[in-house]
Design a protein around this ligand. Structure first.
Ligand SMILES: NC(=O)N[C@@H](CC(=O)O)C(=O)O
Ligand SMILES: [Zn+2]
Ligand SMILES: [Zn+2]
Length: 343
């Protein structure tokens, strides 16, 4: 197949950052995505409706393409109240709230130390119908970094979904077969996003033959068997799995460092890279469900009304891309991609 036309896709998990880099990140994300769930892990984080409204204005001031709508997210802390949830819902701009276990990932130091303290907040989210988005990793030193997602599912997530059966939950950027099995076995209120880098790569890509810091993201890339389970889930057609790039730019110097930041940049070529994965699996017919239909169904939003077309044509990803005054090294830098979205 040399051409594929699908309903305009959405990105259900992206980091646009803030300040002068918004010009670059917003241009990339709005090139063909209709909507994006915009992660709130700024410094300081987006913890209330007012901050979400201001951040929304800064994103719109960066002049996204006309078809683009940013969907804002509240960052939960130990101090979030039920009223914060109600105010966020009433703003009309906030579409979800995000649980970062404190210390789990980039800019998560203000995150939640104990989910048991948030019962009022989760109850408010259930009653206003606001999805809970979760970075699903435990953070204690005794748990190996490769096991942190699985232990989170067993110890935190299973009891959480049992206690709040009508709460809509998205386990973000899943990386293990355990997560795939958990989501498949859970109710229709539980879904997951899958990044394209976790579909394309496993930990060998990051570590064999030299350490490749641009593949370092959280949750960390796992073994090949987990990558295979993610590929099967994404290409299965199941409505429980949908596209979330987790495109998470950090300046080149912050990645190529003795202590490099976690996050991979994929917004420059996201749907093109997903198409590559789906084509390899002979599942291009399932791309539209994953990229354009399952996400809106879960969030109870309309599907985009227009379409995009991808064509088969080799192009080379630049070595670096502008990132405000800095540069970011995109995934596939200096290498070719076969699919391209038609302008
Ligand atoms: N995924 C990452 O490795 N990094 C993200 C945070 C996150 O999504 O956990 C970031 O904000 O840099
Ligand atoms: Zn995360
Ligand atoms: Zn993320």
């Amino acid at each position: 197949m040399n051409e594929i036309t699908i309903t305009r896709p959405d990105d259900w998990h992206v980091h646009l950052r803030d300040g002068d880099v918004l010009t670059n990140t917003v241009a990339d994300i709005s090139r063909y995505f209709g909507r994006a769930i915009v992660m709130p892990n700024l410094v300081p984080p987006v913890t209330n409706a007012e901050q979400a409204t201001e951040y929304h204005q800064r994103i719109m001031a960066a002049k996204p393409a006309a078809h683009f709508q940013p969907l804002m997210v509240l960052y939960l802390t130990d101090n979030t109240t039920a009223q914060d949830i109600i105010d966020a819902k009433n703003s009309g701009l906030v579409f979800a709230a995000k649980l970062y276990p404190a210390g789990a990932t980039t800019n998560s130091s203000s995150g939640v130390t104990d989910v048991n303290n948030l019962s009022d907040v989760f109850a408010a989210m259930e009653s206003v119908g606001m999805p809970l988005l979760i970075h699903g990793e435990v953070t204690t030193d005794d748990i190996d970094i490769f096991d942190r997602e699985q232990v989170f599912i067993d110890n935190i997530l299973k009891p959480l979904v049992e206690n709040y059966p009508t709460l809509k939950v998205v386990l973000e950027h899943i990386t293990t077969k355990n997560a795939v099995d958990f989501v498949k076995g859970a109710s229709d209120n539980v879904a997951a996003t899958i990044t394209v880098h976790h579909l394309l790569f496993n930990r060998n890509h990051m570590l064999v033959g030299g350490i490749r810091p641009h593949f370092f993201c959280l949750p960390i890339l796992k073994r090949n068997v987990h990558q295979q389970a993610l590929i099967e889930a994404a290409t299965s057609g199941s409505a429980k799995f949908f596209l979330g790039t987790d495109s998470a730019p950090h300046a080149k110097h912050a990645k190529e460092s003795a202590c490099g930041c976690a996050g991979s940049y994929t917004a420059h070529a996201a749907i093109e890279l997903y198409a590559e994965v789906f084509e390899k699996e002979n599942a291009l017919d399932k791309l539209e469900a994953f990229a354009s239909l399952n996400g809106p169904a879960f969030y109870q939003l309309p599907v985009n009304s227009d379409k995009i077309t991808l064509i088969k044509t080799d192009w080379t990803v630049p070595e670096t891309l502008s990132f405000g005054d800095d540069v970011v090294v995109p995934i596939r830098a200096n290498e070719t991609i076969q699919w391209q979205v038609q302008d």
